[in-house]
Design a protein around this ligand. Structure first.
Ligand SMILES: [Fe+2]
Length: 160
């Protein structure tokens, strides 16, 4: 819970710096950047932090770093604001049934559950490399065999 509170306040003050923009330029094409910058600022910050972590563990793995930057693009256009994310976490903890959820919460839940697949579909249209697609599509699944990069991506995704 303390982690969630910390994440909430980090999200409120999320910023991008010159070095972040340079990093994004290095790893994303202009089409990919166009998607990236449609994410909320807090999601952009999270994705950059995940990508920096992946780069430390696997500096030459371009597919992994690209996937880290793009893993949450399925949240574009969602209503997963910081406050709605807090509601999602609370209703998860309370085991709330969809039938009693207000519609904004149902929508937020939909994006929480489906954003990996939605992101995969967006990136598929851009013709990204298979490895990137697999990482994005499955980044919330457990026990994905034969994708060694997944462990690194999930580690940093859970950290930030
Ligand atoms: Fe995600």
């Amino acid at each position: 819970m303390i982690y969630r509170v910390k994440q909430f306040f980090q999200g409120l003050t999320a910023k991008l710096y010159e070095e972040d923009l340079h990093f994004i330029n290095q790893y994303l094409t202009s089409q990919e950047q166009n998607l990236f910058f449609q994410l909320r600022k807090s999601e952009q910050r999270h994705s950059i932090n995940v990508a920096y972590g992946c780069k430390i563990d696997a500096p030459n793995n371009l597919a992994l770093i690209k996937a880290a930057l793009l893993h949450d693009v399925g949240k574009i256009g969602s209503n997963l604001t910081l406050i709605n994310k807090a509601f999602v976490v609370l209703s998860d903890k309370m085991n709330l049934k969809p039938s009693v959820m207000p519609s904004f919460l149902k929508e937020a839940m939909y994006y929480k559950i489906n954003h990996a697949k939605l992101g995969y579909e967006l990136l598929l249209k851009l013709g990204l490399q298979e490895k990137v697609l697999v990482l994005v599509k499955n980044h919330h699944k457990e026990n994905i065999a034969n994708v060694k990069e997944m462990e690194i991506l999930q580690h940093y995704d859970n950290l930030y």
